[in-house]
Design a protein around this ligand. Structure first.
Ligand SMILES: *[C@@H]1O[C@H](CO)[C@@H](O)[C@H](O)[C@H]1NC(C)=O
Ligand SMILES: *[C@@H]1O[C@H](CO)[C@@H](O)[C@H](O)[C@H]1NC(C)=O
Length: 811
């Protein structure tokens, strides 16, 4: 076979080779052979002896040898046959490497013969056999392709190599069937057959993140050999996906006042990208600062928690945009709406808008006294306010406008009853539990002069002992007026009237402030026993109110009158003698002493006593009736003329008495009487005459002396007549009405009265008071008491005589 081939092959080759050899050196000629690589040892490539027309028997003798430059021999000569044989394995790929098909792999030998020296160049062409399969540089070809790579993008892939040449080298590539790529096999001078990966359909990392494609390289040998490699395509992510929230809007309810840290909601977004492109950070987007202070969002987890005080009253709901941003800057958004649920955390507030203070006590029921506004920051039922007052309140609340209440009086007011009201208004909201607050209002009631002074008593009775000291207090009246200040300040006055034609002010005066009634003068029971005055109490209001009360003054009797004997008439005026018949028997009524007493009661209860008699035991007097009776029969021996001294005594304390004489004549015969009468008259007349003469003389003398004295005094001390007069004349008692001071011409007060008069300033009424005590003597009785002249005469007489009819005091 080798021989056959060499022939038609070598012709051209030889020509060239020979030409080359001849050019280089002078040699006997070149000869060429070919042999397939990997041929077994001793394989006969050709017969050198034959081809060179040499006798193979001389070969040994001529020391023929085949030289190959290098340490290997590959081929040799069989001296026995003169054949050119393979001595060891020949690997074309090792010897020549990657040679192209048109550049043969040649081994050059020098065939040398000695004796004579002959040299032939032997060229051995090593023919290729398909002993190598195509090989890829790596079993796995890694490709990273961005998913953004457009369709048609080409990717170079490593070519497979086949050590064989020519047709035995790589002839074709095949790519495993797939959706995304096709293989475009091309041939180039430099690279030979190679394939390019062409993107048929765009990649989506999110769909398939990697692809493994089997690439097969085929050579042209027969049978062909193949080599494979796996193309591992990693689809590179691009940030082609924005984060997407699971919900577009998150709506949650949150109780107000939720504690910090309370979980609100968790937003969550996904990003299909990977790595940084898929890493999501959550954050608020365009959320006002104040909201940011209240909530916190965890950047990684998307959990929103409370960080501040969530107050429904401030903001009932929060809407905020949340942004999820991936590492590549793509962002997704969602909305979080937080509805704050109201909690009844606000106490109602009560504001007093206006209040009438003080309230006039005459305000009619239903008067508006305060306007109240209530408020509750909470919502709905939590802010529905109910206002109330304590049950016993004197006021009521009315609501006319929402959240406004008016406080009204329900009844008439009376400052004198309740002068101040404290009202507690309670506002309660409708929450559960409800919250409430209180407001306290204090109202004062202002006074109206609606109460007249009222006297403690319906009427007053005063008992005054007669002969009282002027100025002594008689009684104190008191009226009360519950009104305030001047509306309740009471002044007293006497209502002017007359008692028996005399103004009442001459009897009594009243202290306007204290209501103490004083007697202005001394009273005499015997003159009048009682009188009535009206005392007016007036307050200082405007207009003033007043009331009056009657004060009855009862003058009580004092035993100041001696009994007064009416019969027998006192001696002197008409001498009276009772006739007693001689035959009068024991117990017969002889006479009766009749006496009266101006006093009353016990003071006028008279008892009669016989203090002296001519013949004691003959007459007796009845203690109470004053009847004089004979005690025994009258005898002849009894004296004709009987004188009895009778004492009449009243029952007062101390008692007063008066005595008188009763003349009795025991006789039956009236004829005897004149005698007796005359005698007694004569005796009496003569005595009386002498008395008269003496009196006349002494009076005349006294009068003359008096005249002379007056004339003398007038002459000497002309300038001081009044003083003398004042000293001499006892001024009759007079009373001085209040506020009145009688002033004499000389400008001095009446010396006999020490009035201390004053006008009380600032008061409507005025008063006077007695400072010094009074001399009883200065108030002669005859000014007030109309005594009978008889009695006064008798009294005077008694005092003059001192013995005959004495006024006796019995203790
Ligand atoms: C007294 O009453 C009158 C009305 O009658 C009133 O105007 C006045 O303020 C009252 N005075 C006092 C001190 O309350
Ligand atoms: C005294 O009071 C009564 C009623 O209490 C009245 O009718 C009368 O007019 C009053 N008298 C005088 C003088 O004021």
């Amino acid at each position: 076979m080798g021989n056959a081939r060499i022939r038609y092959r070598t012709e051209l080759q030889l020509q060239c080779a020979v030409f080359l050899l001849f050019l280089m050196r002078a040699s006997f000629g070149d000869i060429g052979y070919s042999v397939q690589e990997e041929t077994k040892n001793d394989y006969v490539i050709g017969s050198l002896a034959k081809d060179l027309n040499l006798d193979f028997q001389v070969l040994a003798a001529r020391r023929a040898r085949l030289d190959y430059q290098g340490d290997r021999r590959y081929c040799g000569i069989d001296f026995n046959t003169g054949d050119f044989i393979v001595l060891e394995r020949i690997d074309r790929e090792k010897l020549c490497g990657q040679t192209s098909a048109d550049k043969p792999c040649l081994l050059h030998f020098e065939f040398i013969l000695e004796n004579p020296l002959e040299l032939y160049n032997v060229a051995l062409e090593i023919e290729d056999i398909n002993d190598n399969a195509p090989v890829f540089p790596k079993d796995v070809i890694k490709l990273e392709i961005s998913e953004a790579a457009p369709k048609g993008t080409r990717f170079q892939i490593a070519t497979a190599r086949d050590l064989d040449v020519g047709i035995n080298s790589v002839q074709d590539y095949r790519l495993e069937q797939n959706d995304n790529f096709v293989l475009d096999v091309q041939t180039s001078q430099e690279r030979g057959r190679y394939g390019e990966l062409v993107l048929k359909n765009a990649l989506d990392r999110e769909l398939h993140r990697e692809h493994a494609l089997l690439l097969t390289a085929l050579d042209g040998g027969s049978p062909p050999r193949s080599g494979t490699a796996t193309i591992h395509i990693l689809v590179m992510d691009i940030n082609d996906n924005a984060p997407v929230f699971s919900q577009a809007v998150y709506e949650v309810n949150l109780l107000e006042n939720a504690a910090p840290g309370t979980f609100v909601v968790k937003v969550s977004a996904t990003d299909k990208d990977e790595g940084a492109n898929g890493e999501i950070n959550y954050d608020f987007n365009h959320v006002p600062e104040n909201v940011k202070r209240l909530f916190h969002i965890d950047q990684k987890s998307g959990e929103i928690t409370v960080t501040g005080k969530v107050d429904y009253e401030e903001t009932p709901s929060y809407g905020m945009e949340i942004q999820a941003e991936d590492g590549g800057g793509q962002a997704g958004h969602c909305k979080v709406i937080i509805h704050v649920t109201d909690i009844n955390d606000n106490v109602p507030t009560i504001t007093i808008k206006s209040a009438v203070n003080p309230i006039p006590e005459n305000a009619p029921p239903g008067t508006e006294i305060a306007v109240i506004n209530v408020k509750d920051q909470d919502y709905g039922e939590n802010s529905r306010i109910h206002c109330s007052l304590p049950e016993d309140s004197a006021f009521e609340l009315q609501s006319s406008i929402k959240n406004y209440f008016t406080l009204l009086t329900t009844a008439g007011l009376d400052r004198e009853d309740v002068s101040e009201y404290s009202v507690t208004i309670t506002a309660t909201d409708g929450g559960s539990p409800p919250l409430s607050s209180n407001a306290h209002l204090n109202f004062r009631i202002s006074d109206i002069n609606d109460n007249p002074p009222v006297f403690d008593e319906q009427s007053y009775s005063a008992y005054v002992c007669e002969n009282n000291k002027p100025g002594s207090s008689v009684i104190t009246v008191r009226a009360r007026d519950p009104d305030w200040r001047q509306n309740g300040t009471v002044f007293y006055s006497l209502l002017s009237s007359e008692v028996g034609g005399v103004p009442v002010s001459s009897f009594l005066s009243i202290n306007g402030d204290t209501g103490v009634i004083h007697a202005v003068r001394s009273f005499d029971y015997e003159q009048f026993r009682s009188f009535k005055v009206l005392v007016v109490a007036r307050d200082n209001g405007s207009p003033p109110l007043s009331s009056n009360v009657s004060v009855s003054v009862f003058i009580t009797d004092e035993n100041d009158n001696s009994p007064q004997i009416l019969y027998p008439a006192p001696a002197g005026s008409s001498f009276m003698t009772e006739m007693v018949p001689k035959a009068a028997q024991a117990g017969s009524l002889v006479s009766k002493v009749i006496a009266v007493d101006a006093d009353s009661g016990q003071n006028a209860w008279l008892s009669y006593q016989m203090v002296k008699s001519t013949d004691p035991g003959l007459f007796t007097i009845a203690v109470h009736s004053g009847e004089i009776r004979t005690q025994r029969d009258i005898s002849e021996s009894d004296s004709m003329k009987q004188i009895l001294v009778i004492s009449v005594k009243d029952n007062g304390q101390p008692s007063l008495s008066t005595s008188c004489s009763v003349y009795l004549l025991i006789s039956d015969n009236l004829a005897e009487v004149p005698e007796l009468k005359d005698m007694s008259y004569e005796e009496n007349n003569s005595r009386l005459t002498s008395y008269l003469i003496i009196a006349l003389v002494s009076v005349s003398t006294f009068f003359l002396t008096f005249i002379i004295l007056i004339v003398a005094v007038r002459f000497c001390r002309r300038r001081k007549p009044r003083l003398l007069l004042d000293g001499a004349v006892a001024i009759p008692s007079a009373y001085f009405p209040p506020n009145y001071a009688e002033v004499e011409g000389a400008g001095t007060l009446r010396s006999s009265y020490n009035y201390d008069t004053y006008l009380t300033t600032g008061s409507r009424t005025s008063d006077f008071k007695f400072v010094s005590s009074y001399n009883d003597v200065t108030l002669p009785a005859d000014q007030t008491l109309k005594r009978s002249p008889n009695q006064s005469t008798e009294e005077r007489g008694v005092s003059e005589n001192g013995s005959k009819c004495a006024t006796l005091y019995f203790v």
